[in-house]
Design a protein around this ligand. Structure first.
Ligand code: GRF
Length: 193
């Protein structure tokens, strides 16, 4: 059993997609947030999942150890993970980003900022990326990506809607691949075995 902690900062729709997946739900032992008001915490409580609100990564690490957490999933988590935390969970932290990295990633590219930049650039496709977190912002070996035609979208909000549908498919898919030991990393590339 792979014990999972999910980190959220906002609505938690990606967390919900994990809770709704029967193969994943019971693995989720803890939801962590840096924001007391994050609705993702409500989703956790509604499903009897333990929660922690903290910005102290030392404290967070201690609590993760207490729950024997094996995998950390960043699902709409907006705080930057310090390197000592990343080092404590080598290739055991997964993040979902709402664009096709490395495009539209890095400092300042989060939430609607991403879709605004994609829209202003006139991109014809966009889509989510799920990747391992190995340090830096939106860096790390890419696990899965999926693209969608956005050429008919008339606003960043329309792009967000299309991309979010794919996020809710891709994140559970990536988590199950991890839990079933189907991911191998070689030379910064992820191979699905
Ligand atoms: C999602 O678009 C995710 O890709 C990004 O933040 C947003 C959060 O959505 N990292 P939610 O909180 O999971 O609904």
């Amino acid at each position: 059993m792979v014990n999972i902690a999910v980190f959220v900062s906002g609505g938690g729709s990606n967390l919900q997609s994990l809770i709704d997946d029967k193969q994943i739900k019971d693995n989720i032992k803890l939801v962590v947030s840096n924001k007391e008001a994050a609705y993702g915490l409500v989703r956790a409580k509604d499903n009897n999942i333990a929660t922690l609100v903290s910005k102290d990564f030392g404290e967070i690490l201690d609590v993760l150890k207490g729950y024997s957490i094996d995998l950390v999933v960043l699902a709409g988590y907006l705080a930057i993970i310090p390197q000592h935390f990343v080092d404590a969970y080598p290739n055991k932290i997964i993040n979902i980003h709402p664009a096709l990295l490395p495009s539209f990633g890095g400092k300042g590219y989060y939430g609607m900022n991403v879709h605004k930049a994609v829209y202003e650039q006139g991109c014809k496709v966009s889509g989510p990326t799920v990747h391992f977190v190995t340090g830096g912002v939106d860096k790390g070996p890419i696990i899965l990506q999926r693209s969608v035609d956005i050429s008919s979208c008339g606003s960043p909000e329309e792009i967000q809607t299309k991309v979010l549908v794919l996020e809710h498919q891709l994140l559970p898919e990536a988590v199950k691949l991890y839990c079933n030991h189907k991911l191998r990393i070689e030379n910064n590339r992820v191979e699905i075995i």
